[in-house]
Design a protein around this ligand. Structure first.
Ligand code: FES
Length: 237
C-alpha cells in the first residue's frame, strides 16, 4: 500500500506515469497534459465531487477523478466512448434541469457549462426540458444571483469567504428545492474585489457582478478564443 508523499506508478489511458501517492487523479492527469473535464472542481480548493463530470474508470470501476487519489498500479481510463457519453449526458441534464439560454446570458463565452456543451458537440438535450420557474435575486449591492443558471457546484460556498473564514454563500432548502444563496447579512459587506472573484469562480452565469457583465464583449471571451481543455491538452507529451 502506498503512503502519501511516496511515488507510485499508475497508467493513464495506457501510458505509465509516476506520481506522488495521495494526489488526486485529476491533478496528476492535468499535470501530464491529459484533460479530464471538471465543473465543480477548483484547483487549490478541497474537492467536493458534486457534479460527476470528471468520471473516469479505475481498474474498470467508475470513480470521480477530482476526489480519488492515485495509488500504485491503478489502471485509469479517461476517454472511453462510454465515459464521453456519460459526461455529455450530465451536461444535457444540467441544461434541462435549469434555464440556460446561452445567447442571452452575460457569461456566454466565459461559461464552462456552455464550453463543455460545445466540446461534447451537444446540439439538443436527449432529456425533456423542465423550464423551472426560478427567481433572480438582485438585492445584493454588488452581485446578481440568477437561480435559473445555478448548477449547485458549491464552488462559491467553498472558495469565497471573509477573513474569519465565513462563506458569503450558503445552501438553503432541501431535496430538489435546494439552492445556493447569498448570505443576506454577510453579503452586505462583499467588496468589489470579492464580488469579481465570486463571478469568476462561478462556472456558469449564476453570479454576475453588477455593471460588469459585458466588460469584455461576447466573441472576445475565454472560450470564444480557445475551446475548454485545449490549454491542458497543449501540454501533452
Ligand atoms: S469535477 Fe469532479 S465531481 Fe465535479
Amino acid at each position: 500500500m502506498s503512503t502519501n508523499g511516496s511515488v507510485i506508478r499508475c497508467s493513464i489511458d495506457g501510458k505509465e506515469y509516476l506520481a506522488k501517492a495521495g494526489k488526486y487523479i485529476n491533478d496528476v492527469a492535468r499535470e501530464n497534459g491529459v484533460y479530464i473535464p471538471t465543473l465543480c472542481n477548483v484547483i487549490g480548493i478541497h474537492p467536493q465531487g458534486a457534479c460527476r463530470i470528471c468520471t473516469i474508470t479505475v481498474n474498470g470501476r467508475m470513480m470521480t477523478a477530482c476526489t480519488t487519489p492515485v495509488a500504485e498500479g491503478m489502471d485509469i481510463k479517461t476517454n472511453t466512448s462510454e465515459l464521453q457519453d456519460l459526461r455529455k449526458s450530465i451536461v444535457e441534464l444540467m441544461y434541462v434541469e435549469g434555464n440556460h439560454f446561452c445567447p442571452a446570458c452575460e457569461k456566454s463565452g466565459n461559461c464552462e457549462l456552455q464550453a463543455l456543451a460545445y466540446r461534447f458537440q451537444m446540439m439538443v438535450s436527449r432529456f425533456p426540458y423542465t423550464f423551472p420557474k426560478r427567481k433572480i435575486d438582485a438585492r445584493n449591492p454588488k452581485l446578481v444571483k440568477n437561480y435559473n443558471r445555478c448548477i449547485l457546484c458549491k464552488r462559491c460556498i467553498r472558495a469565497i469567504k471573509d477573513e474569519q473564514g465565513r462563506s458569503y454563500f450558503a445552501f438553503r432548502k432541501r431535496g430538489h428545492k435546494v439552492e445556493v444563496g447569498i448570505d443576506v447579512d454577510l453579503g452586505k459587506f462583499i467588496s468589489d474585489e470579492v464580488a469579481q472573484k465570486a463571478m469568476d469562480i462561478c462556472p456558469v452565469g449564476a453570479l454576475i457582478k453588477k455593471e460588469q457583465a459585458f466588460r469584455i464583449p461576447i466573441g472576445k471571451r475565454k472560450y470564444d478564443k480557445t475551446p475548454i481543455g485545449a490549454d491542458v491538452e497543449s501540454h501533452h507529451v
